[in-house]
Design a protein around this ligand. Sequence first.
Ligand SMILES: [Zn+2]
Ligand SMILES: [Zn+2]
Length: 139
Amino acid sequence: MKDDKVSGSCLCGVVTYQFTGPVNVFQYCHCSRCRKFTGSAHAANIIISPDQFQWLSGEESIGRYEHPDAKHFATSFCKNCGSSLPWLTKSGKAVVVTAGTLDEDPGVKPTHNIFLANKAPWYEEVGGLKKYEGLPVRN
Ligand SMILES: [Zn+2]
Ligand SMILES: [Zn+2]
């Protein structure tokens, strides 16, 4: 983890944030809640304590959803562009940073997958797929 601050933002740029290390957990989560929240195969989540996190702009544009059945899970999102954003757990004890919204390399990488038992039935590990640096090349 870099010593200095790492920043992130939503797709439209209205909401910006930063956090400082150390990062205790960086993981991919395959649970159905994270899949729905991100619209993707899995979430990429960095977990820190609330005192390491700070919103820099756009706080008035942040929406929050607390899942009624969840103990910890909630979501934050930009009301303007719909991007996932870092969210405070329902307990208030941790902030889950949606790593796809980072604008800088945090200097740490995910170490594990969780809730693989709930992975999407169509999930395929990235390493097993064809790779293109940009759009697929057309012949
Ligand atoms: Zn936005
Ligand atoms: Zn999850």
